[in-house]
Design a protein around this ligand. Structure first.
Ligand code: ATP
Ligand code: LTN
Length: 331
């Protein structure tokens, strides 16, 4: 497929308040593509309703997520920022791709297994076919790279398989996308159970540090983080809690694990936890300030999402028309 620039695409669900896992694993990596790539970053509200949402909260979080995109350094003049449900081509392509995705493939998705265990009273068809909607998001824009946390690798791989299958059946139609998983921050763990991913839908607020938490709250949460009975700040097996804190500290300070071990030699976990909390709070402060400023200007956010949806719809339509023609629809 001929394009002027390579394409970077990613999305975040407005399904809860965004966490430092979302920030370090995904959001803060998005802006590095803005110059060299054509970039599309989407607030994926259609994905969010696979789990029950309170409508007013979903609306609020959709604005907040868009504001966080901009606050994290994505200039709307240089990046297409938009809301998924504003571009109907996503739903249209997702239906078509459902017919090229196997029941067995979807059954193997770990996110589906995890979420159906967690929401056993609401294992709806949308939760099951979530990965085909995600494949549609990505494939509509002829995406080359998808910056995500490691938990999404399996979904991007499925998108590659679906694209390959379609291309094979009908000739080159979709670019095959590549997941980009930054080494640092690829999987931030829960502060209460460091064997579990930090997730915005965790019911235990102490397990999760939100991007919008204030400094005192951040420090209090890190102070309470589960560690082990050892006392020495060192990366190692069986030290999931400390490993997680070291990985967070390394992400926000740019220091290597060796440097961190040296910095805290002879000092206890208490000092270390305080330093992590302070470093995280300092990193988030400018993002929080910009987020607050943007949220007070709804008219601006609305103009960004409107322009973003127009641009996204233009590119999405090109792919969708091609797909419809290839499968034999009259257009
Ligand atoms: P939910 O709890 O509603 O499933 P989530 O917190 O997993 O949500 P998503 O909206 O599904 O967040 O993810 C947005 C992006 O953030 C994805 O690229 C995902 O890989 C990344 N991400 C989410 N949690 C983490 C984490 N703990 N560590 C690193 N990256 C993460
Ligand atoms: N499934 C992702 C969110 C998501 C996404 C996407 C990420 C939806 N569409 C397209 C990258 C590209 C999640 O749960 N984190």
């Amino acid at each position: 497929m001929l394009k002027d620039k390579k394409v970077s695409y990613s999305g975040i669900q407005p399904s809860g308040n965004l966490t430092i896992g979302n920030y370090l694993g995904a959001l803060r990596n998005f802006s590095q593509y803005s110059d060299e790539y054509q970039t599309f970053y989407c607030v994926v509200d259609m994905h969010a309703i696979t789990v029950r949402q309170v409508p007013a909260e979903l609306r609020r979080r959709t604005y907040e997520t868009l504001a966080l995109y901009i606050a994290a350094g994505l200039d709307p003049e240089k990046n297409t920022l938009y809301v998924q449900s504003h571009v109907p081509a996503h739903a249209e392509l997702a239906w078509i791709l459902n017919c090229y995705t196997m029941f067995g493939e979807l059954s193997r998705m770990t996110q589906f297994k995890d979420k159906s265990a967690k929401h056993s009273d609401n294992i709806n068809a949308g939760l099951f076919t979530y990965p085909t909607l995600m494949a549609a998001d990505i494939l509509l824009y002829q995406t080359d790279v998808v910056p995500v946390g490691v938990d999404q690798k399996q979904h991007v791989e499925l998108a590659r398989d679906i694209a390959g299958r379609f291309n094979q059946a009908y000739s080159e139609t979709f670019t095959i996308p590549e997941p980009i998983i930054s080494k640092s921050g690829m999987k931030i763990m829960s502060l209460a159970d460091p064997t579990k991913k930090m997730s915005k839908s965790d019911e235990n607020a102490n397990a999760v540090v939100y991007i919008l938490d204030d400094k005192d709250t951040i420090i209090r949460k890190f102070k309470r983080a589960v560690t082990d009975s050892d006392t020495c700040v060192r990366y190692g097996e069986g030290k999931d809690g400390i490993n997680n804190l070291m990985s967070i500290y390394s992400c926000v300070s740019g220091k290597s694990y060796d440097e961190i071990e040296r910095e805290f030699e002879g000092r206890g976990y208490g000092d270390f936890k305080l330093a992590v909390g302070e470093a995280v709070a300092d990193t988030l402060a400018p993002v929080q300030a910009e987020h607050a400023r943007l949220l007070s200007d709804k008219a601006y956010l609305e103009s960004v999402m409107k322009n973003g949806a127009d641009t996204a719809a233009y590119f999405a339509q090109k792919t969708l028309s091609k797909v419809k023609k290839k499968v034999g629809f009259l257009i």
